[in-house]
Design a protein around this ligand. Structure first.
Ligand SMILES: [Zn+2]
Length: 795
């Protein structure tokens, strides 16, 4: 009887009814070799945990791109869980020092909890962290240790077991399909996010995907976490685990307090891993802190911690020899002891379970330190807000009401507001973004020109590869006129979008008009287009040309091409109908009867032609367009079709289809395009001759060309190691003699001077259009979207 009471009391103290262990629920030990998880089982397990304990709450935040439940759980001690509203209120009060005095803040800091958001497996082949989430949650809820008690008392943990649930199932399905075959452990032949694949982790300022939008609107904007810890995996041949400090460069608008705290928390985690006997821990390597596309939280008062674990082959163990260890990673040498890589890992077996074991230590360390440093973290969260509202460099940004593209202007303002930037109504219908607000630095980052530092591997050496791109100036990308002003501007209330202009004419320069025209097309209406201006009309007008809805084919290789995914997303967002076509569809020929335009996304020519080599993937996913595909594309253009080549794919038009242009930029090496976070080895340098690692570059546009309808004569285009040409063919966009860099970083502008950036090449009675840029860059380049759309309608 007494024993029973003790047991009941203990169960009550732990707040746990009969919670099944992960092993009993999933039917195997977590992280066992060759075991993977289904998303519905993961969701089910967290639901079961939430039923059995008063220390965890389960929430479905919404649906993913493919309609799966997108979930988060909140974990803290029972007393805290009863008052979550109060803690949310404390966070909101601390987040805005304009509304909270220092004295009030001090009281709230004593009462508050550190809010820590842990996010898992956004990159779906990096599967371990979803497993870690399952095991860690169970341990935190059931193991009554001093560590766990401290964490539960002082921390509110918000755990997202996957930022990409669709990807969990895509990878699991592929892994099981290939298990026991020569292809076991390979990456799937499709993107592991419906539209954007690996770039789902580059969406944190344009917010184009449902998973990003749910995480920001339902978690970040509500909870303002002091710490966000994003759990990743990297290549297999270097460190076992990376933790911050980050490498230079760090984005200049991020508060130094946050950088210091990331250094502190990162080294604390490294120290705990080393103390636990884990070798191969690197700090201050590989990962810089430049692009805001990954760092929303660091502009919103919070830390971003990242760990990157060495990968196994999905759930298949690897066994690496010392010879296979890389010799050169950015910031450290994987074979040598250094201050930031004290105990090199020199080979041996490496399995999913090892990754989980390292992650469990790192998670515990992160949360325990978040508990220990609760008051400092909360006070500094408030201080960062104080320093933000004291900004005066500039005083404000003003967006006039007189804009060429009202649709893009609205989109820009909506984008700022989604990140909790206040936009006020200024004189004459203008929009005013004051810097004296908690997230003024976020607005500034997105609105100003980036000056990426001249970053070399050594003095006079080749350019050091940035982790991602170097520019994010939304006014240039979107074609919106935004001015920084030194003195404060009067503004009142919230900015209101003006009513859309009445009348039947839809301007080719207005992105909303494209949507309206495409909506009309999709409803079977005729759309008329002025051959001089490119403007649309939904009612017949003398002299205008009727346009039937273009029949668009989009090439989808088996190489899981993100540029294809972004293009698909763009077509859908703007209401264009399209057909995804594969190698066999194009090789079959007779394409002109089916399509008006065929789009080949950014992909090297050799990869378009050959695809995966035989033996590297199941046979149905090997091979490329081959000679038959080349012939079919030629016939298509000669019969009046339009071939559209994006960025690197233009080389295919030149080398395989005979378009007469000479590429003056060096062949692309390394860079991005489907790579995992870090492929290890020596991909650390760019070309000293020419390097544009994601930059905005000025071009002059021939506005007489139908490809330029709605586009002004001088624009900035998105260059990502993009080609430029010497050619006699009509150049619709051309680099100027000088002053080429608009935002970001460019090495070797002389290579580009006066060269063509967009070619309109006649082929028989059709065309090949070569974009020496990414005109549909990551849902952002509204200005050049129009040139891409014009190309689809070009016949
Ligand atoms: Zn990753």
């Amino acid at each position: 009887m007494i024993l029973r009471i003790v047991c009941l009391l203990l169960a009550a103290r732990l707040g746990v009814a009969a919670v099944p262990t992960p092993e009993s629920y999933f039917g195997h030990p977590i992280g066992a070799d060759r075991t993977v998880m289904d998303w519905d089982k993961v969701v089910g397990y967290f639901q079961v945990l939430a039923k059995g304990s008063d220390r965890i709450r389960f929430d479905e935040l919404g649906k993913t791109a493919d309609g799966r439940p997108f979930i988060a759980v909140t974990i803290s001690d029972a007393a805290t869980m009863k008052n979550l509203d109060r803690y949310r209120e404390i966070q909101a009060r601390l987040a805005d020092p304009r509304k909270t005095t220092v004295a009030e803040a001090e009281k709230l800091i004593l009462e508050g909890k550190t809010v820590v958001l842990i996010t898992c497996s956004i990159h779906a082949t990096e599967i371990a962290s979803t497993h870690t989430a399952v095991e860690y949650a169970h341990r935190l809820l059931t193991e009554d240790t001093p560590h766990n008690r401290a964490i539960l008392k002082d921390v509110i943990l918000i755990l997202v077991p996957s930022l990409n649930p669709d990807g969990v199932d895509i990878v699991t399905r592929w892994y099981r399909k290939t298990l026991g075959t020569p292809y076991e452990g390979s990456a799937p032949p499709e993107l592991y996010h419906k539209y954007v694949g690996h770039d789902n982790n580059r969406d944190w300022y344009i917010f184009s995907q449902p998973e990003t939008r749910l995480t920001i609107s339902k978690l970040h904007n509500v909870w303002h976490p002091e710490v966000t810890y994003d759990v990743h995996q990297m290549g297999a041949n270097g460190a076992r685990l990376f933790v911050p400090p980050w490498l230079d460069p760090t984005e200049p608008n991020i508060d130094a307090i946050l950088m210091q705290e990331m250094n502190m928390m990162g080294t604390a985690m490294a120290s705990d891993l080393t103390a636990a006997g884990k070798t191969g821990v690197a700090i201050h390597g590989v990962y810089d802190f430049w692009t805001p596309s990954r760092h929303f939280m660091a502009f919103h008062g919070g830390l971003r911690l990242l760990t990157e674990s060495a990968s196994a082959r999905i759930a298949t163990p690897t066994n690496m020899t010392a010879d296979q260890i890389g010799t050169n990673a950015l910031g450290y040498n994987p074979r040598e002891r250094s201050w930031n890589y004290l105990e090199p890992w020199m080979g041996g077996p490496w399995r999913l379970r090892d990754i989980i074991d390292y992650q469990l230590i790192a998670w515990d360390s992160c949360l325990y330190n978040a508990a220990l440093h609760r008051t400092e973290l909360l006070r500094n969260f408030y201080r960062v807000g104080q320093r933000q509202i004291a900004r005066s460099d500039p005083a404000a940004f003003v967006i006039s009401s007189d804009q060429r593209d009202p649709g893009a202007t609205r989109k820009l303002i909506e984008t700022l507001r989604f990140g909790q930037v206040e936009v006020a109504q200024g004189a004459g219908g203008s929009a005013v973004v004051s810097m004296h607000q908690p997230y003024g630095g976020w607005a500034k980052t997105l609105l100003e020109v980036q000056h990426y530092p001249e970053d070399r591997l050594y003095p006079g050496g080749p350019p050091k590869r940035p982790y991602d791109v170097t520019a994010n100036t939304l006014p240039m990308l979107m074609g919106v006129d935004v001015k920084a002003v030194k003195d404060s501007v009067s503004a009142s209330g919230e900015w209101q979008a003006p009513a859309p202009a009445a009348g039947p004419v839809l301007k080719a320069s207005d992105s909303d008009s494209w949507k309206a025209a495409n909506r009309a097309w999709s409803q079977g209406q005729s759309v008329w287009r002025d051959p001089a201006s490119g403007d649309f009309s939904l009612s017949a007008r003398a002299g205008w040309i009727e346009r039937k809805r273009p029949r668009v084919a989009l090439y989808q290789a088996w190489t899981a091409n993100m540029d294809e995914g972004w293009t698909r997303w763009l077509l859908e967002d703007f209401g264009f109908a399209y057909t995804s076509v594969h190698n066999a569809d194009l090789q079959a020929g007779g394409l002109r009867t089916q399509y008006d335009a065929i789009v080949i996304p950014d992909q090297p020519a050799g990869s378009i032609e050959n695809g995966h080599r035989a033996g590297s993937m199941p046979p149905e996913y090997t091979g490329g367009l081959g000679p038959k595909g080349t012939q079919a594309l030629k016939e298509f253009a000669e019969a009046g079709g339009t071939l559209i080549f994006l960025n690197g794919a233009t080389d295919y038009a030149i080398s395989r289809l005979g378009v007469q242009a000479k590429t003056v930029t060096p062949a692309r090496t390394g860079g991005r395009g489907g790579d995992p976070d870090f492929a290890g080895g020596d991909r650390t340098a760019g070309s000293s001759e020419f390097y544009s690692p994601g930059s905005l570059l000025n071009v002059k546009v021939d506005t007489r060309s139908p490809l330029a309808y709605g586009v002004p004569a001088g624009i900035a285009i998105w260059s990502e190691q993009s080609p430029a040409w010497d050619t006699q063919l009509p150049a619709v966009a051309r680099y100027p003699e000088s002053g080429i860099l608009a935002s970001g970083w460019l090495v070797g502008d002389k290579v580009l001077a006066n060269r063509a950036a967009l070619i309109d090449a006649p082929m028989g009675s059709g065309h090949a259009i070569l974009f020496g840029m990414r005109p549909q860059y990551r849902a952002q380049s509204y200005l050049t979207f129009k040139m891409f759309f014009n190309a689809l309608l070009y016949r």
